[in-house]
Write a protein of this length. Structure first.
Ligand SMILES: [Zn+2]
Length: 256
């Protein structure tokens, strides 16, 4: 089986969209390949597992998504409800505030990043974006974060640390791919879309800087009524990463 470079930090929805574009010949396939390699060198999260993925025809339908738990969830951002969902393959946690009926609510789809979310890593901006999303939702009094529990699956987390090590040693892209490459994990938008369906949401205001993410969520049947920028001020250690996102992946970030 051919090994592919993986997106080292990019959120899986973005990665999936970029690959879909490359496969469809939309835009420049070579450029996307290059992007994957650039990200591989610059980024820190690991979003693909070695597990075989479902084809699009097998993606989870709303019926296959099951809520396994719901509880009260006070946090320092405000008072939420917390939910656990699974489709048998993947799991996600949702924190939700307020009544979601009526105008499209704020939504952030966040991929687990242990080093950022828990240890406050400054190799990426994951935690800062998550906090911004929770603060924004609390300010509006309604909205939700879908937190995809995918880093710990398969060999994700430790390979992320191995990637850090290789980056610190100055490994080039090809070497890193050879050493840590995995089969592609074509994470789709099926689970988040099914969760939104569970909450009766047909339209959302998506907190994201990635135009491709919007397109991909809409392909999964959810209307993005508005893109709400999720901009956090770069610190020195995330500058390269954010610049790469902006220049190579078309993320809507301020020049730095
Ligand atoms: Zn991160």
């Amino acid at each position: 089986m051919r090994k592919r470079p993986f997106f080292a930090h990019q959120h899986p929805l973005e990665a999936s969209a970029a690959r879909q574009n490359a496969r469809k010949g939309r835009g420049d396939g070579k450029l996307h390949q290059q992007n994957e390699q650039v990200l591989w060198n610059h980024c820190d999260n690991y979003n693909e597992s070695a597990r075989p993925r479902m084809s699009s025809s097998q993606q989870s339908s709303p019926e296959q998504v099951r809520k396994v738990a719901e509880a009260d969830f006070p946090s320092r951002f405000g008072h939420f409800r917390i939910y656990g969902f699974t489709n048998g393959e993947e799991e996600a946690v949702v924190v939700k505030m307020g009544d979601l009926k009526g105008e499209p609510p704020l939504l952030r789809i966040h991929s687990q990043c242990l080093t950022g979310d828990v240890f406050h890593s400054l190799r990426c901006d994951c935690r800062a974006q998550l906090e911004l999303a929770l603060e924004s939702i609390a300010r509006e009094g309604r909205g939700l974060v879908i937190y995809e529990n995918q880093e710990g699956r398969g060999i994700g987390l430790l390979n992320k640390l191995r990637a850090y090590e290789l980056q610190d040693q100055g490994a080039d892209t090809v070497e890193a791919n050879e050493q840590l490459g995995f089969e592609a994990d074509l994470r789709g938008y099926a689970l988040p879309a099914a969760i939104l369906h569970y909450f009766g949401l047909k339209a959302v205001r998506l907190m994201s800087n990635n135009p491709e993410k919007i397109e991909a969520l809409e392909r999964a049947g959810v209307q993005v009524a508005e893109r709400v920028p999720c901009i956090v001020a770069p610190v020195e250690s995330t500058e390269d990463y954010l610049r790469t996102k902006r220049e190579k992946l078309g993320h809507l970030l301020d020049p730095m």
